[in-house]
Design a protein around this ligand. Sequence first.
Ligand code: MG
Length: 391
Amino acid sequence: MTSAALIVAAGAGHRAASGALLPKQYAPLGGQPMLAHALRAFCEHAAVDLVVTVIDPAHAGHYASCLTGLTSAKLMAPVAGGSTRQASVLAGLRSLREQGVTRVLIHDAARPFIDQATIGAVLAALDGTTGAIAALPVTDTLKRAGADGSIAETVDRGGLWRAQTPQGFAFEALLGAHEAAAAAGSFDFTDDAAIAEWAGLKVTLVPGPASNTKITTAEDLAMAQQALTAGLEPRTGTGFDVHRFKQGDHVWLCGVKIAHDKALEGHSDADVGLHALTDAILGALGDGDIGQHFPPSDERWRGASSHLFVEDAVRRLRERGGRIVNADVTLLCEAPKIGPHRGAMQAAIGALLAVDAGRVGVKATTTEGLGFTGRREGIAAMAAVMLLLPP
Ligand code: MG
């Protein structure tokens, strides 16, 4: 059984971006483009094996920015969409034909708050049927407007649901329904369940959470921004680290390899900047320190690349439902010169923390020839982070 997630992000709708020329699925939300949230949710779900996104090829650069900090073997290359949502889904389904996919989840990029439980519930419901969609029972009283804008009637809301995504289907059944609809020239379906119904497939309703909202307007986007931070408390953490010089021809600093007439001594690659950063994150979490989680006595970490330590701290942060707001690293040394590498360091740290490089500070200072750094005996680093964490 192979389950694929197909994320639809080919739309050109600018409504939510309040005048900006950014399609809404790439509008910034919690420090990342909106699409990045759904991408991560599906990549992280244990029962999802493949993730493919349908995009407008003109947005390839925006799409690439969604992959910051997201490394998943499940993630396939994006597929070019069509002129309608329906045509885009069909293009995505066709791209999956040779992948042995048995079940597919279609999800709109404009629903960034999709949670692991809902993905699992839709997949579980597929065990007994050809189709299952997340949906929410209608609770508002419904009115039908007349031609003059006044109420023509009150509509019975009994049995009415609002369709959400993900919408899950047996893969071959949905592909067949889409191909038949396209062959019939029917391109006005607004969701995949409608196509499945048209093709005579049985589709089950799975109660989804109200939080799985669709972001359409600028007001929706503003409310989503608030929802992301509501109830989260800000935490700060600091880290400090020192490594002494030894003979060598390069140093690793903040994830960047720099040619130098010395190397830094350490059990790992001795990236003093990433070590301080790791401790800053662990400090904000109140979760020990780098030496506790990666003891120098453990042979597994001999020569290890220090991005592993940062990634582990970020994993601990995610498991607690938190995220990074910003990070700031200061390197204390007489040499090497840091300035030429600052941009690369910001990008490397941003990728590790899954935040834009603009949320990462990298600074350097000498100590005016004073102390061990002034005597060029080693390099010291300080780091600070702010993160948001559920209380
Ligand atoms: Mg260290």
